[in-house]
Design a protein around this ligand. Structure first.
Ligand code: HAM
Length: 467
């Protein structure tokens, strides 16, 4: 539909009465497959963002932010025409200037573009980058599968050694374990340009003999991109995947050595992993190492089965992508972890254990209550003074009743409420109320700051922690 027509359609939904407020005929609704992150969930996000920034600092990964919109061909060329993302899931559109664009479905292609475009090849190699932000895939919405999801994504560009693959696996493992998730890494090698063609042939042969049992997508992809068949999620194709010839048998010597070194590295780091001979991942740019992060079923030490949940993250090497985009031949590797799935897992663990795994917000030390118009304005100034002095403070100046304000102070677990009324304003005094015991005292307002410090450093200090 042309743009003007679309705008007309949307405005038609606004009912315009002769007087009063123009209303939408239908209440606005969230777009299917998208999610609001409400205030009570922000603590999970804040906590994860802070861990990710810490890991970035600890391992010298610099943050990069690429645009949400890129040229569509970056993805069709980079991810592969026969991938699910490119075939079915792109949010693509033509803009007013006639450019064919897409909302980014993943980070790697955009980061590879930025590496080339900003001449990062002339920086000391490897270049280590991380990104954190929203991605868009028009998938069938279901649990753990959103149309807008968020990834923490790490890339190491300019180094092909297996230790890099090992370090990337370590980083993903670190995020998950620091969130109390027990991860299991599945790992495989899908070889390189020289050894993969022979494997492809053996796979085509295997699948041709079983063509009748394949789903329609797999039948179509059999001659064009047979590796994609190993990534098919259709139930009837699963049995065939399990019996397909494993890639490792076809690896050339350098690829086999590389794979063994990666496994030795993660062994040394004591990262639990399972080789998965049929893991290929859903994108075409991979070469050599591919891996995925799963959460183990439960907290039992002996448990080695991944939970029946989609992967929490995945990644691998993509040694040919930069060259394919017109850069020099540059080895690279990376991974992405899906933050919504991680939070789902944390909440599941919290429900199962009955404990909060993510630090809750610190309670305010002081609640500022007031009674009367003039005290209200004075209390607002006092609030600023307390913030400047470094206290954590709360108040609700729109409330007039003291009872309502004390209820709020209780609700947010403030240790102390200070109360300013008309009388106190005239006297130059203020009431200090210990919220735990309810006892109150009136003090000279000039002594407020040292009195609060003394009280909070004493027994009261304990009260405002946790809760
Ligand atoms: P991916 O496996 O497509 O890899 O996505 C990584 C993670 O993002 C998944 O394991 C999952 O947790 C999350 N994710 C993906 N799609 C959705 C969705 N529709 N809803 C919720 N979560 C989702 C990549 O994107 C690669 N670019 C990773 C990479 C970086 N490879 C090398 N460097």
């Amino acid at each position: 539909m042309p743009r003007i027509k679309k705008t007309e359609e949307a405005t038609k939904q606004i009912e315009k009465p002769s007087s009063g407020i123009a209303r939408l005929s239908k209440q606005p609704q969230l777009v299917k497959g998208m999610k609001d992150v409400l205030p009570h969930d922000q603590l999970y996000w804040d906590h994860i963002r802070s861990i990710v920034a810490k890991i970035g600092d600890d391992y010298r990964f610099a943050r990069i932010d690429t645009p949400i919109v890129e040229h569509l061909n970056l993805y069709t060329a980079g991810l592969g025409k026969q991938t699910d993302i490119v075939e079915k899931e792109m949010y693509s559109f033509t803009d007013q200037g006639g450019d064919t664009l897409a909302l980014r479905p993943e980070f790697t292609a955009g980061i590879a573009r930025a590496y080339i475009e900003h001449g990062m090849v002339s920086l000391p190699q490897p270049v280590k980058l991380y990104a954190f932000g929203p991605l868009f895939r028009h998938e069938k919405p279901q649990e753990g599968r959103l149309r807008q999801h968020t990834q923490w994504n790490c890339e190491v560009i300019g180094e092909g050694k297996p230790v890099i693959d090992g370090q990337l696996i370590l980083l993903g493992y670190k995020l998950l374990t620091s969130l109390h998730i027990k991860p299991l890494v599945q790992v495989n090698s899908i070889g390189c340009r020289s050894c993969r063609p022979a494997y492809r042939e053996s796979l085509v042969e295997y699948y041709r003999a079983r063509r009748a049992s394949l789903c329609e997508d797999c039948k179509r992809r059999l001659n064009k991109n047979v590796l994609r068949l190993l990534d098919c999620k259709v139930e009837t194709c699963q049995g065939l995947i399990a019996k397909a010839p494993p890639i490792v048998d076809s690896l050339c010597e350098p690829c086999r050595d590389h794979f063994i070194s990666v496994l030795e590295c993660i062994d040394e780091l004591e990262i639990p992993y399972q080789p998965n001979p049929h893991l290929v991942r859903g994108l075409d740019y991979y070469s050599r190492t591919v891996f995925e992060f799963y959460a183990l079923m439960n907290t039992d030490e002996s448990d080695t089965q991944p939970a029946r949940m989609a992967a929490l993250g995945g990644g691998g090497r993509y040694d040919d992508l930069i060259e394919m985009f017109g850069g020099q031949s540059t080895p690279a590797a990376g991974f992405g972890i899906g933050i919504e799935r991680v939070i789902m897992k944390i909440k599941e663990l919290e429900r199962a254990s009955g404990t909060k795994l993510i630090p809750r917000r610190v309670n305010p030390e002081i609640f500022v209550a007031q009674l009367g118009e003039q005290p209200k304005r004075r209390a607002m100034v006092l609030y600023e003074d307390l913030l400047r002095e470094g206290f954590t403070v709360a108040a609700e100046f729109a409330k007039d009743s003291l009872k309502a304000q004390l209820e709020l102070a209780n609700k947010c677990n403030a240790a102390i409420t200070i109360i300013l009324g008309q009388k106190e304003l005239l006297d130059g005094s203020i009431i200090i109320r210990n919220m735990e015991g309810g006892e109150q005292e009136v003090i000279d307002i000039k002594k407020l700051i040292p009195t609060l410090r003394r009280k909070l450093n004493g027994a009261l200090g304990e009260q405002q922690k946790g809760g």
